[in-house]
Design a protein around this ligand. Structure first.
Ligand code: ZN
Length: 360
């Protein structure tokens, strides 16, 4: 109880210091004391795997935490006992396709087949139907999103990539995890990597020392919440905002312009850095958003020049396809630090396209 009171006192200080912040502490259970700074999602893809699943589960159990396992359907068919062990250990079981293809290169029926076969094997093996889907390689498009929705699946990408699949050392995995903040989701693999298994206790220790806890990715919203599905003792913080500058980028391929907007409320600010590739009749924009301070989300306003359209976007929610379009962060891509990436492609020339960023 003392810890809770001092946490509230600290919140009161924040309110006084920033004046514009509305701080709404939700009634929290015991978790509030140990997780005052919120929850992050630990995720493990591509299993089950006979060379790592058992050791990984043991490491997670020893650390007394739960994680989300994005299951490769064929592997679940091959190793049903390992899938059962994951479910019995209380891990959250999610869909990661049947054959691990580049989903965006498939027809709609191909996408349906990948998703439905995996739903079916998981249902028949552990009696649960997944509610979350992660496309292999994080590659998605509007067709895939509609297929996911038709199966009641929420798409989850990640905010932090451990690079364990790319040979990252245990130290490096732990360092990436140390960058996570409330709501972050880290990509790791049940892929036979000892580095990933060795990182578990150090990741959890690091999170604990920063008042963070591994949590559950909530179906529907894709947010990371307390392991019991409640919002737990986390604090909902809203800052008022005003937005400012806009810069126009010049046409031509591959150039980059940075646009800055300051949050007038003294809470946070954000910058947006577009990177453009063009070809005859079309373009791709990859955009990095960096924000800081008491930022719980961002919106990038895009001025689409006449004659150009946005035909497909990813890792953000888009309001339209031409004229003034806003791209707002989705739950897995809305953290305050570290830089969040989204992108879109379209037709026409992006020359003269404008970007501005605001936070809330
Ligand atoms: Zn994968």
């Amino acid at each position: 109880m003392r810890r809770k009171l001092s946490a509230l006192a600290a919140l009161a200080t924040v309110v006084a210091a920033t004046a514009v912040a509305l701080v709404v502490p939700t009634a929290g259970p015991a978790a509030a004391a140990s997780c005052p700074n919120g929850y992050v999602g630990l995720t493990y893809d591509d299993g089950p795997n006979p060379s790592s699943t058992t050791a990984l589960l043991n490491a997670l159990k020893a650390a007394n935490v739960k994680a989300t396992f994005f299951i490769w359907g064929q592997h679940a068919q091959q190793y049903p006992d390992l899938l059962r062990a994951e479910a019995n250990a209380g891990m959250w079981i999610a869909n990661h396709s049947w054959t691990h293809p580049h989903m965006t290169q498939l027809s709609q029926s191909g996408m349906q087949s990948e998703i439905s076969q995996t739903q079916n094997v998981i249902q028949s093996t552990i009696g649960q139907t997944p509610k979350l889907f992660r496309p292999p390689y994080g590659e998605t498009n509007s067709t895939l999103k509609s297929v996911e929705s038709s199966y009641g699946l929420t798409e989850i990408i990640w905010s932090h990539d451990s690079q364990d699949w790319n040979g990252a050392s245990t130290d490096s995995i732990v360092n990436t995890a140390a960058q996570m903040t409330n709501g972050s989701i880290i990509l790791m693999h049940d892929g036979g990597y000892q580095t990933t298994i060795n990182a578990v206790p150090r990741i959890v220790q690091g999170l604990t020392s920063r008042g963070l806890c591994p949590g559950m990715i909530q179906p529907g919203t894709g947010r990371v919440v307390a392991p019991d599905g409640s919002s737990g003792g986390t604090t909902t913080t809203t800052t008022t905002r005003t937005t400012t500058t806009t810069t126009t980028r010049a046409g031509g391929g591959g150039t980059t312009t940075t646009t800055t907007a300051n949050n007038g409320g003294g809470g946070g600010s954000c910058t947006v850095t577009p990177s453009t590739q063009t070809w005859n009749g079309g373009y791709v924009q990859n955009v990095t958003v960096k924000s800081s301070g008491m930022t719980s989300g961002w919106t990038v306003t895009i001025g689409v020049p006449s004659g150009a359209t946005i035909s497909n976007g990813w890792s953000a929610t888009f309001s339209g396809s031409s004229g003034t379009v806003t791209a707002t962060n989705v739950s897995y891509n809305g953290n305050a630090s570290g830089g969040q990436a989204f992108g879109f492609q379209g037709t026409g020339s992006p020359s003269g396209m404008t970007f501005s960023c605001s936070t809330r």
